[in-house]
Design a binder for this molecule. Sequence first.
Ligand SMILES: O=C(O)C(=O)C[C@]1(C(=O)O)C=C[C@@H](O)C=C1
Length: 361
Amino acid sequence: MTDQDKLRQVRDRIDALDTDILRLVNERGRLAQDVARIKREAGEQADFYRPEREQQVLRRLQGLNQGPLSDETVTRLFREIMSACLALQQPLRIGFLGPEGTFTQAAAIKQFGHEVQLQPLASIDTVFKEVESGDMHYGVVPVENSTEGVVNHTLDCFLNSPLQIVGEVELRIQHHLVSREPSAKTIKRVYSHPQGLAQCRTWLDVNLPTAERVTVSSTAEAARLAASETSAAAIASEAAAEMYDLHLLVEGIEDNSGNTTRFLVIGRQSPPPTGDDKTSLVVSRIDQPGGLVRLLQPLSDHGINMTRLDARPSKQGVWEYAFFIDLLGHADDDRVRGALDAMREQASLFRVLGSYPRVAR
Ligand SMILES: O=C(O)C(=O)C[C@]1(C(=O)O)C=C[C@@H](O)C=C1
């Protein structure tokens, strides 16, 4: 058998498999439509999007996967299949911190796939408002970065919003120096979001110490500005560089190689337990000696693992603070519910921001 014969034989097998895959994904789409019919007949009010079910689908397949495709690739493939199936049930509108080309857009695509209607919005506050009004079914906002810590504006928006956290997304953030200039030698001004400038501070101090650093609303906006000026650069993503036709002058300039940003999916109703969940709270303690210790003691008493604690001015009075807490477990789990009930008694402000599936890495 010649090499050409061997090649043709393998390609014939690929064609046969593709025929099966096409038939099976369309059969899956019809089943998703059946699910939507069942949900409508059951009078379910919530959106058809079920993050807890999507997590279950992905975790099962990651467990079955024996390669050669990586778990990450399998997750991306089936996320897109579920995105297409969900679009057959209901066109979802997802607001995200824009403009086009931000890392938040990449996080929204990672969570919902490409078959949803993605809407770039001007600010984190606008994302909350558009979801509250119902114009958007869900929103995606940045909440913390592994180098720079929390995004304060996102935490502050929760203080005055009835919305719940529906999910979380983690994105490895690679910052690039992008410009219409052919070389970094001529750069006199660097645009980026405050987090972008902060996450690349050392690189800038060493390589562009005299360049002016200008903070703008997003890394994508920084790329747009850099595209309109000479001797200017932006710290932005590869997607933003492509969008504004900029050169990648230097790739991967973030100071910490594991630089990761965590995003939250916000909506009206938190999903039910999956067995591997997180719960976020905002609480403030009664202002007396040992108040904070007593507030947190129930977590220890019930064996609950707290993964994050951030303090933010509660805006209820000078030096009054609210505490944002993440913990492992779902608010409907017996141990978590017991701890929350005990905390509620010790708190002057107590609100569960949501229980949601832990991110599928
Ligand atoms: O199982 C469901 O509830 C479905 O709607 C099906 C499906 C899927 O494609 O697997 C689609 C959308 C949901 O977000 C979750 C899962």
